[in-house]
Design a protein around this ligand. Structure first.
Ligand code: SF4
Length: 266
């Protein structure tokens, strides 16, 4: 069901992305990080971790090992918000704040039945949008942001969602998490979505050292996650966070495919 604004994300390349943080990864790279960590690497990392946090090369090796394991465990992980165009993902991700993706997917059906395109949603009264989206919670502020965002895309961008990170970030109601999601899922560009699962799991795994601020986590992850892996890695963290490394119960480490890699900072 997922389609993009104009182009399938698999057809996009990351090479010409001016906002790409690829350099962040490359500048800190001293080795060929494409290679998988060896058994000895893993043992050394574990030893070093006993004395404190890992250094950046150790974290990169650990990150690659975790990425590979999660790829095997969740080969088809993808965004769980339903959308068939870029602007709908923008709307859904705003509605998803403090709400489940499942509920958002239900609510947007009514919204798009009444307002099937950017122009109609931009012209709608905020109160009429609020009436529909209030089951997602924070109805007024979400409706206000959606209205302002659609107006700007309609008036300034001719109904095209911008494919530039900083421009996305300037839209009403769009934060770094949302902008990264759009960049990765819609435009196929490097992205790291630091949602609650990403922050919890990367801290537990020892990839991040007790950092909870989403932007700081994102910046630390850019240093150790290959840019082309970031988007899928974050989707897989959501799956793993929901299934195994749960927030509300003790994590199910005994069932976890990462049990021999993870620092288990729980
Ligand atoms: S080993 Fe435990 S803490 Fe680590 S990722 Fe798995 S479930 Fe989470």
């Amino acid at each position: 069901m997922k389609k993009t604004q104009t182009t399938n994300k698999k057809e996009k390349t990351i090479k010409n992305d001016k906002s790409s943080p690829t350099k962040n990864y490359e500048n800190n790279s001293t080795k060929n990080h494409k290679s998988s960590p060896t058994k000895n690497d893993k043992i050394n990392s574990t030893k070093n971790r006993e004395n404190g946090s890992l250094n950046i090369d150790e974290k990169r090796k650990l990150a690659l090992a975790i990425i590979n394991r999660l790829k095997e465990a969740y080969p088809d992980a993808d965004c769980t918000l339903d959308y068939d165009s870029a602007w709908k993902l923008l709307v859904s991700v705003r509605l998803a704040a403090q709400c489940t993706d499942a509920r958002v997917n239900v609510v947007v059906k009514d919204l798009y039945a009444k307002y099937p395109d950017i122009a109609s949603l931009a012209a709608a009264d905020v109160s009429a949008i609020e009436d529909i989206v209030k089951p997602c919670g924070l109805g007024h502020s979400k409706a206000r942001d959606i209205s302002a965002c659609m107006k700007r895309i309609h008036e300034e961008f001719h109904d095209q969602v911008p494919d530039d990170f900083d421009t996305l970030l300037s839209l009403p109601g769009v934060g770094r998490k949302s902008a990264n999601l759009i960049m990765g899922d819609v435009f196929g560009k490097p992205a790291i979505v630091t949602d609650t699962h990403c922050i919890r799991l990367t801290n537990r795994m020892g990839l991040i050292d007790n950092i909870k601020d989403p932007k700081k986590v994102e910046m630390e992850l850019w240093k150790i996650i290959p840019p082309e892996e970031g988007n899928s890695f974050c989707h897989r963290l959501v799956c793993h966070g929901r299934d195994i490394c749960t927030a509300r119960t003790k994590p199910h480490c005994e069932e976890c495919v990462l049990v021999d890699l993870c620092a288990k900072n729980v």
